[in-house]
Design a protein around this ligand. Sequence first.
Ligand code: ZN
Length: 353
Amino acid sequence: MQARPIDCDLHPAVPALAVLMPYLDEVWRETVTRRGIDELNTIAYPANSPLTARADWRDREGRPASTLQRVAEEALDPFDTQLAICNCLYGIQATFSEDLGAAMARAVNDWIAREWLDRDPRLRASIVVPQQNPELAVAEIDRCATDRRFVQVILLVSGELPLGRRQNWPIYAAAERHGLPVGIHAGSTYRHANTPVGWASYLSEDYINQAGAFQTQLTSLITEGVFARFPDLTVVLMESGVTWLPGYLWRLTKFWKGLRSEVPWVADPPATIVRERVRLTLQPFDGPPDPATLTRFMEHMASDELLLFSTDYPHWQFDGADVIPAGLDPALAHKIMVDNPLKTYARLKETVA
Ligand code: ZN
């Protein structure tokens, strides 16, 4: 790999709630102690499941990606990564207490800033917010956005309501105001069944159905008018898979043509909106394995600006050193690794020559 890539989806892990204690106010330290909360790691897959992380990336305690040294050795140095965006998945969005969620979000963001960003100049981060309550989420965005190393707001794809609903608009207004894309990452607060037809039995069902949740949210954002209301907002779909996009856009565009009278604010074809305002991280790449079919798929994407390099380290689905699909045009690979991330995240340009 020749270009020094920008990794747009890296997952440092909170090793234990104890590391967040110094970043919690006294009332919340007492709350988690009195209630016996010792773990909020509900978003990541089961910690001990072999599928959750590659075996050689687990430390002695079994929690991968929980030290800067491991992340640097396993995910930054091997790719000669110039910048990486930390997306910390910890279960703060799943708490029913909005105040506890807000306190934990503050703790996670401060922990990331002090223990990761301060210690490695290659790292940037997404602002974790209590998406249970948009008002509190906006307060956290405003608090963190003054630190220019925070380059994005991260939401989970499956929360309580479709993301396009107006209750969520203050989050988009705040992100736009600060020049931050909104990144929507795979994950659920488990308020609803993990498939549209009920609860699934297996991890593979849950994981594959995440792509359906992304489609639902993208449709919601488009039809509710989020892109029209916030013209400078970019949305990044993270760990969504990518090969569903062309067929989805054919379907959405067809029915938008027939039903657009009910959503007159969607003035542009959905495919145009997506190509101008939506980006997707690469890993885990779910595309065809042979170069000829891969080339045809990229033609169906109809843009070389949609994809962003990511490792998705340390998830099991991560393709190891083969992050860039075999047979990808070298010029396109460079765009994915460097140019597209720099165009997507305005704040990254401040530190890249
Ligand atoms: Zn990810």
